[in-house]
Write a protein that binds this ligand. Sequence first.
Ligand SMILES: [Zn+2]
Length: 272
Amino acid sequence: MPEGPEIHRAADKVRKALQHKEIEDIEITLPQYTSWKKKLLGKKVNKVEAQGKALLIYFDDIVVYSHNQLYGRWTVNLKKTAPRKWNRSLRISYSTDKHTCRLWSATDILFLEKWELSGHPYLAKLGPDIVNPETTIGEMMNHLNKDKFKRRRLKTLLLDQGFFSGVGNYLRSEILFTASLHPDRTVGSLTEEEKNALVEQTLFLARQSYEIPGITVDLELYQKLRDKGESRSWSRHWVFTRNERPCHQCGDLILHTRPGGRRLDYCPSCQH
Ligand SMILES: [Zn+2]
């Protein structure tokens, strides 16, 4: 599933193609929304933004909300390029004079009047966005210190979008490793120093994997591993998907667990 860094990169591509442009052609295949076509045709896109794992396209009075879940994907092409043929179903396509942006296979799409946005259940409960450059360490610390999170274990809490929005499976494993925290720890058991490490590592890893797609290890280490002939997929993470392989820091074997049915890998020696 795409996580915060991936959805922010998708938003950047869509923004480049649509923002401040007029929609010259629009296709909506969702039967409940086909009547919105005429409301959007010829309208200008004011803003495109990612919030957590959702993407929002703002028109004057209307906002189109989409959450990609497991299978949703955005593609951006020149208008004259034929759409890709693959096993995904087209949901919406927006064309400007130059580009066509297509949303495929997403299951969670809503056309909202602007005033409805603040009441949207997913957006209303989102915690601070980990990729947004305006999110600060102070804001993350205040949020983390809220009473409601005290008894929650990090392994489940980190996937809760109401905590830090944008964290998914790979970031969860990687943040816990670089912050040296065992997945079973509760927020209430963390020292100030550990809380700081958790927040700083979350922002650091989210931004690194936004700027350098999919790489969460230290970049020098990544280069060293690649130079030694390791594949990209074995080199790019500290622990995620590296179970049964030696930890880059201590050499012990990385362990694999599946809390809530979702992959979490960690080092039993480096994480306390
Ligand atoms: Zn280790």
